[in-house]
Design a protein around this ligand. Structure first.
Ligand SMILES: *[C@@H]1O[C@H](CO)[C@@H](O)[C@H](O)[C@H]1NC(C)=O
Ligand SMILES: *[C@@H]1O[C@H](CO)[C@@H](O)[C@H](O)[C@H]1NC(C)=O
Ligand SMILES: *[C@@H]1O[C@H](CO)[C@@H](O)[C@H](O)[C@H]1NC(C)=O
Length: 408
């Protein structure tokens, strides 16, 4: 109760002197175990005395014109004092140093400075089942506040209190929390225990230490198996995709090349580059040649079939439809074929021609012989007739009888 009185006095004090504008009040935040210097902006040429506000009788440091003096753990510099600076240094800040300090100049309050220690923070990462140990740095009554990670509260809700070295906790924590001064231990943590635990000084209403607890998510065997399964599935799926792609590309390529063989050169010009066009034109040229050759071979076969029979020779005419003598026509065809076969690089065509040429030669020979016989017969007949009638008859020298030529 004395404490709340002090705070009350402080407020009064602050109000009084702020309005009087003769004193200033401020605060200094220091790190635990490090040094901190309190300073007073007012000047003082007389005797300077530092003390805690709530314990003014216990002088911590003092300076006069001749020398300075301080208690253990506090320092004042005489040089600084002579320069008119009113400073008090606390060499290693501890929780016992937390207080409102008052500086008195020749018996008159010069200023008040509050020393605050920075809130400590710790990150603790534990596996489920491990214990969280929180150290109590102060003997004063403290409380432990728990805030879940997703909670909107600043510090959360009180779960335990420590007063006179005894621990009282909320029912859900009693079986897991224990105090072994200065440690509060929370055993057997679980994922749901993740969050922040704040050690709060109830006397000074200050948060001293905040522990942030992260309880690791332990992957169970089944979970790991599931992950492995997922990984393998994904791998297999990718493999299948790759194989399908390759097959499709190959198919497409083969189809394209087949199409290219089929396509008209003119279309090829539109669709593809110039190199492909040339190639396809060459290809179609050779195709046309092959076609022509095949046609000529068929024609030759037909001619041979048509003119080889003896009966045909006797019953039919000497000339073909165009009035070209058969022998001449056959000879012409033979010459044509000879040229084509010479050009052709195909062995099959040469073999075929080797068989056909003698046959054709024989036919030509027969036709020539037959024609000569016929000519002679006609000549004789004509001469006989002209001789008998005494008429000067012009007997034919050449065969120019127009008859239809079978076949075609
Ligand atoms: C200064 O203070 C010291 C002790 O703190 C004392 O012995 C001395 O007499 C004082 N001097 C004056 C001038 O007050
Ligand atoms: C308190 O916990 C710390 C570790 O956090 C340990 O080193 C120390 O021995 C503990 N003290 C007691 C009294 O259990
Ligand atoms: C953690 O809590 C879950 C329920 O929230 C419970 O099923 C599980 O057994 C607990 N694990 C441990 C290690 O306490």
């Amino acid at each position: 109760m004395r404490h709340s009185c002090c705070i009350h006095y402080n407020v009064l004090f602050l109000l009084t002197f702020t309005t009087a504008n003769t004193l200033a009040s401020n605060s200094v935040t220091a790190k635990l175990h490090q040094s901190a210097t309190l300073s007073c902006n007012n000047k003082c040429s007389g005797v300077v005395t530092w003390a805690m506000f709530h314990n003014p009788g216990n002088i911590l440091a003092q300076c006069n014109k001749t020398k300075c003096w301080s208690e253990k753990g506090y320092e004042v510099s005489h040089d600084q004092y002579l320069k008119g600076k009113i400073l008090l240094t606390i060499t290693a800040v501890d929780y016992s140093n937390r207080a409102l300090y008052t500086c008195v100049c020749d018996g008159v309050d010069a200023c008040d400075v509050r020393l605050i220690i920075e809130t400590l923070t710790s990150l603790v990462q534990l596996n489920p089942g491990q214990a969280l140990v929180m150290v109590l740095p102060i003997p004063e009554p403290v409380e432990v506040m728990y805030k879940a990670r997703d909670s909107a509260d600043l510090y959360g809700a009180q779960i335990c209190t420590v007063t006179q070295r005894s621990l009282q906790c909320q029912p859900e924590y009693t079986h897991r929390a224990s105090l072994s001064y200065p440690n509060i231990t929370l055993r057997d943590v679980n994922m749901t225990d993740s969050g922040t635990y704040s050690i709060r000084d109830r006397k000074n209403e200050e948060v001293i230490h905040i522990y942030t607890l992260i309880v690791n998510v332990v992957q169970h065997e089944s979970g790991r198996n599931f992950e492995t399964w997922i990984g393998m599935s994904v791998g297999l799926f990718m493999l299948v995709i790759i194989v399908i792609s390759v097959v499709l590309v190959m198919k497409n390529r083969r189809k394209k090349s087949r199409n290219r063989e089929k396509t008209d050169p003119e279309e090829t010009i539109k669709l593809n580059g110039s190199t492909r066009e040339v190639r396809s034109r060459q290809r179609s040229d050779s195709d046309a040649k092959a076609d022509q050759l095949a046609r000529q071979m068929v024609e030759m076969d037909k001619l041979i079939q048509c003119y080889k029979s003896e009966s045909m020779r006797k019953s039919q005419s000497w000339t073909n439809r165009n009035d070209i003598p058969v022998v001449e026509m056959l000879t012409m065809k033979k010459t044509e074929m000879e040229a084509v076969v010479q050009d052709s690089e195909q062995d099959t065509v040469c073999q075929w021609w080797r068989l056909k040429r003698p046959e054709l030669d024989t036919i030509i020979e027969h036709w020539t012989k037959y024609n000569t016989e016929l000519d002679q017969l006609k000549q004789n007949l004509c001469n006989k007739v002209s001789h008998q009638s005494n008429h000067q008859t012009q007997c034919p020298r050449e065969r120019r009888m127009v008859q239809s030529w079978p076949g075609r």
